[in-house]
Design a protein around this ligand. Structure first.
Ligand SMILES: Cc1cc2nc3c(=O)[nH]c(=O)nc-3n(C[C@H](O)[C@H](O)[C@H](O)COP(=O)(O)O)c2cc1C
Length: 142
């Protein structure tokens, strides 16, 4: 369980989109998720990760220093590319406090949700507004 009892003075949330390498296997994805959850538990980072249509869409939240440190690591990570920031903002309290890294994959049940927030026929998070991403993540996690 992530220790979020002692909150840092400045808590920030960062959301980005990126593209997974075309040859990414299910095992590789699973390794990313496990690494994220293990590290985040230690670093008091929480958040949500979507993997769909070979796109990653991720929100990470934690102390400003930790989030900037993770951003550096994410940009250098060769398992994905073309990382684009969607939103960074300060938080009064965490929105994903229960999850070291929550995760949503595409299923038959949630297919309509991805379409609801998409502006195109295929899910393409590069085209989503920050507000749409927040709505999508929130609905997917319910
Ligand atoms: C899509 C994606 C999401 C990731 N999410 C996280 C994360 O939430 N937390 C994290 O520590 N590392 C995450 N990583 C891994 C980092 O890029 C980096 O490899 C890792 O933080 C390095 O950790 P280490 O110093 O323990 O090797 C992610 C990588 C990818 C490709």
């Amino acid at each position: 369980m992530t220790n979020t009892t002692l909150e840092p003075h400045i808590l920030v949330s960062m959301t980005y989109v990126s593209r997974a390498n075309p040859d990414m296997s299910a095992e590789e994805f699973s390794a990313i998720l496990q690494q994220a959850q293990a590290n985040n538990t230690v670093n008091a980072i929480t958040g949500m990760l979507i993997f769909n249509n070979n796109y990653f869409l991720q929100t990470i939240e934690g102390s400003r220093a930790q989030i900037n440190h993770l951003l550096d690591a994410l940009i250098a990570d060769q398992r994905h590319y073309d990382l684009q920031l969607i939103e960074t903002r300060e938080l009064r309290c965490r929105e994903w406090s229960r999850w070291a890294m929550n995760y949503a994959s595409p299923t038959k049940e949630n297919a309509a949700l991805y379409l609801k927030y998409s502006t195109t026929v295929n899910f393409n998070p590069y085209l989503l507004s920050a507000e749409s991403v927040r709505g999508l993540m929130s609905e997917l996690s319910q």
